[in-house]
Design a protein around this ligand. Structure first.
Ligand code: ZN
Length: 161
């Protein structure tokens, strides 16, 4: 079972990228520290925070994110958990609401995609919460490129270490 995450109010972009890789990453912009800890404890999640004053309970793993750049933040998560990028699955989770996507045919989504996409893409994934539709051609290459860069730098660090 891949790890789950809950991100504090400073780390919305990081949560979005973790979702883009298919990991369960809840973003809690309005929760206070205790709310975040309670939620993480209940769901067995890892807390991601930028706040060095965040509580340090012994039973909930906390990652203090130091980097500003989202790719470096992802790198820090990969090293700290550690996260196996082989578990990553692009286009399986909604980047907006964190819900797992359902696969859809083009006739189920024809009114929600641009005409060119309708003509060229056969397989789609959709979020039953927000209705957002995802498809390979536009969304996956960027996610896979970032994933490949991260996997490359994680492997480089293992060699050096
Ligand atoms: Zn959604």
């Amino acid at each position: 079972m891949p790890p789950r995450f809950v991100a504090d109010c400073m780390l919305g972009r990081l949560a979005k990228w973790l979702r883009a890789f298919g990991f369960d990453a809840c973003y809690a912009p309005f929760a206070d520290d205790h709310g975040i800890v309670a939620w993480a404890r209940q769901r067995g999640a890892v807390v991601l925070t930028r706040d060095t004053g965040f509580p340090r309970p012994t039973d909930v793993p906390i990652i203090f994110i130091q980097e500003d750049d989202v790719e470096k933040q992802l790198g820090q998560v990969v090293r700290s958990v550690p996260l196996d990028l082989a578990d990553a699955r692009a286009l399986t989770r909604c980047t907006v609401c964190n819900r797992e996507l359902e696969s859809a045919t083009r006739d189920q989504v024809w009114d929600r995609v641009p005409p060119f996409v309708y003509l060229t893409e056969e397989r789609y994934a959709r979020c039953l919460d927000c209705g957002r539709v995802y498809w390979e051609g536009t969304h996956a290459p960027r996610i896979r490129r970032r994933l490949a860069r991260l996997a490359g730098s994680a492997a480089g660090e293992r060699r050096r270490g």
